[in-house]
Design a protein around this ligand. Structure first.
Ligand SMILES: [Zn+2]
Length: 382
């Protein structure tokens, strides 16, 4: 999770007074305790909650092209899967120089391309495997016309074939490798905190957003390393983009820079309903296009009986706690893409969180990709 909504969780999670006082919130957890809390359950075959079989699956595609774009600090490959030909376009300048010239096409004339380019970035936070599941299912759909449930998805496949798709199923394989529950569905916010942000050295849950005060997450203050981080303790969402500390964020930015996507998303998860976050430090017009996409997406979810969040308000940064310049912002500034962070529900057990099944989570993911393809194709026709 990256979103500001999570701030309210800390308040909601506070103990309530009254005759039927709730159990004290959990503030500490050891690895052994966290492991013992993982419920016994059967994970359906369409769900991808780990790296098991991932490389083999990606290296044997018929229609897609797979390449390894980086190696994580833990020695794990970052894969990029593409569908649709790369359309070469003349380039004179990098993006910010082209903007300085008042001629964005000097970076890359996106209107000269026949197909829109869409960049889908899977979990850079390793416990947010909802997007790993979504993207592996999308790859299966592009390969076969069916998702991993065997459901006919030829409509989505046909839309995908009208685009160039850049799919990075796992944006932080080290973090995913550390995630043992395979899904947080049916688990509590304390479990999310343990597997997500990890603990300080005294076993206190680091939590959101306090975990961000130490970066890299390493050294004597750090305890169990959460799935937010790669094996070097770097959270790719907050790498130092002008002086990179690790390999994942630079690999993602290089793809964006080289491909100049029309639309890009970093896929995350949290407790609340699905929501597109306001992109920070980008022009109002880019925010407005992401807002328009979010409204179309929420309408699609409502039509399908799926939950959704509320549209954001286009605004400038400011106030006591302005938004951070994160990976999503950086993607815009190297490529001009309309880039945003997406948050999907985990299906946490507490009633105050968005209640969804694993199947609904997959449907929420696939509907997002569909909305993005429709939106990018519409923009192209304008
Ligand atoms: Zn996240």
């Amino acid at each position: 999770m990256t979103c500001r909504l999570m701030f309210s969780l800390a308040i909601l999670a506070a103990p309530s007074a009254g005759a039927f006082a709730q159990a004290e919130p959990i503030t500490k957890m050891t690895y052994a305790e966290a492991k013992a809390r993982i419920p016994e359950r059967e994970i359906p075959a369409f769900w991808m909650g780990s790296l098991a079989g991932l490389s083999g699956r990606l290296e044997t595609l018929d229609r897609g092209t797979t390449k390894v774009v980086a190696i994580s600090p833990g020695g794990r490959p970052l894969h990029l899967v593409t569908y649709g030909e790369h359309e070469p376009v003349e380039r004179l300048a990098n993006y910010n120089s082209a903007i300085g010239a008042r001629e964005p096409a000097a970076y890359l004339d996106k209107t000269a391309r026949k197909k829109p380019v869409i960049f889908l970035i899977g979990p850079v936070h390793g416990h947010e495997v909802e997007a790993l599941t979504g993207l592996i299912n999308l790859i299966e759909i592009m390969e076969t016309g069916k998702d991993l449930r065997g459901r006919d998805q030829r409509g989505l496949q046909a839309l995908g074939q009208r685009c160039r798709l850049l799919i990075m199923p796992a944006g932080n394989p080290d973090g995913i490798a550390r995630f043992e529950p395979q899904t947080l569905k049916g688990m509590t916010v304390a479990d999310l905190q343990f597997w997500g942000q990890g603990t300080w050295s005294d076993d206190t849950l680091a939590g959101w957003p306090g975990a961000k005060r130490l970066h890299p997450m390493a050294g004597p203050l750090a305890g169990w390393l959460g799935c937010y981080y790669n094996d070097a303790g770097i959270n790719p969402m907050h790498d130092e983009f002008f002086a990179p500390m690790s390999s994942e964020a630079p690999a993602i930015l290089k793809i964006a820079l080289e491909e100049g996507p029309d639309l890009a998303t970093s896929l995350h998860s949290h407790g609340q309903p699905p929501v597109l976050l306001r992109p920070a430090y980008v022009p109002a017009e880019s925010q407005e296009r992401v807002l328009a996409l979010s409204e179309q997406y929420y309408a699609l979810l409502a039509e399908r009986g799926l939950p959704h969040g509320r549209p954001f308000r286009v605004s400038a940064e400011g106030g006591a706690n302005p938004a951070s310049f994160n990976l999503t912002s950086a993607i815009h500034h190297v490529s001009g893409a309309d880039a945003f962070t997406f948050e999907c529900p985990h299906g946490l057990v507490e009633e105050r969180y968005c209640q969804v099944t694993l199947e609904e989570i997959l449907d929420i993911q696939l509907a997002l990709y569909e909305a993005m393809m429709r939106f990018a194709l519409e923009q192209k026709e304008q």
